[in-house]
Design a protein around this ligand. Structure first.
Ligand code: FES
Length: 77
């Protein structure tokens, strides 16, 4: 699912960075999410929070991060 329409950034891409240990601010700098209209910030933060809260360390090697069904990332680092 596309989270940031302005920059075409998906929840999977955000989750991949979150699983690598990056926080929202770092992901925002890296991907540019929520840097244009800002409408996606809440959703992007939710994706990061779900990844960090569900598997704070073990998430580094997981394919999903506890995101809602249908939004799980399939790519691994
Ligand atoms: S939808 Fe993400 S900045 Fe506009």
């Amino acid at each position: 699912m596309i989270v940031c329409v302005c920059h075409r950034i998906s929840d999977r891409e955000i989750a991949r960075y979150a699983r690598a240990g990056m926080g929202f601010d770092e992901i925002q700098l890296e991907l540019g999410v929520a840097t244009q209209c800002g409408q996606c910030e809440g959703c992007a933060r939710d994706v990061v929070a779900q990844c960090n809260a569900s598997h704070p360390v073990a998430a580094l090697n997981r394919d999903d991060c506890g995101a809602p069904a249908g939004t799980r990332a399939s790519a691994s680092l």
